[in-house]
Design a protein around this ligand. Structure first.
Ligand code: PNS
Length: 160
């Protein structure tokens, strides 16, 4: 059985911090599926299709990574793809409470599904999609925080 992991997220949009976690997950696993959540309740800036395309473009250079949108429960999606590990990034202690809750819930829903965490390196500890969106909306510099395809997409979103 290949070691197949899922790295889930809203990716609105994907940042260099996400990309770091995906690359490191790919180096430890046989296959990584980046699962782009519909997250309709979060009212994303980018559509699910746009977010999926951007993640595909940003990860195209990593051979064992594929990208798929999903709109059901994460545990169901993992079961459908026969993945037994969820890999998530942890930035600061502020992430812990939410991730602790999600981990407990997912474990309750499926005992065979493991969640493992990769710590963000210091240079990405403060980085989030919401910070990048805010910088872009205020026409401040954000290029250093995101892959090139996202620079283009965000610039186009906030062009006026
Ligand atoms: O990047 P995010 O927004 O922090 O990612 C959160 C995500 C998408 C991993 C989480 O909301 C999720 O797993 N969504 C799928 C639906 C689900 O399984 N929710 C948990 C039970 S309510």
């Amino acid at each position: 059985m290949p070691r197949r992991a899922i790295t889930p997220g809203t990716f609105d949009p994907i940042t260099n911090g996400h990309l770091d976690i995906i690359c490191r997950a790919a180096s430890m696993m046989d296959e990584v599926i980046v699962a782009v959540a519909a997250s309709a309740g979060k009212n994303p800036l980018f559509t699910l299709e746009e977010r999926t395309t951007l993640v595909r473009q940003a990860t195209a250079h990593i051979p064992n990574v594929s990208v798929e949108p999903f709109s059901n429960l994460l545990v169901e999606f993992a079961q459908q793809r026969q993945a037994h590990v969820i890999v998530k990034g942890l930035r600061a202690i502020t992430d812990f409470e939410y991730e602790f809750q999600m981990n407990a819930l997912n474990h309750q829903l499926d005992y065979d599904l493991e969640t493992t965490f990769i710590m963000s390196p210091p240079e990405f500890m403060y980085l989030s999609s919401s910070i990048v969106r805010e910088l872009a909306s205020l026409h401040a510099d954000f290029e250093q925080f995101v892959p090139a395809c996202v620079v283009q997409a965000l610039t186009a979103k906030f062009a006026n």
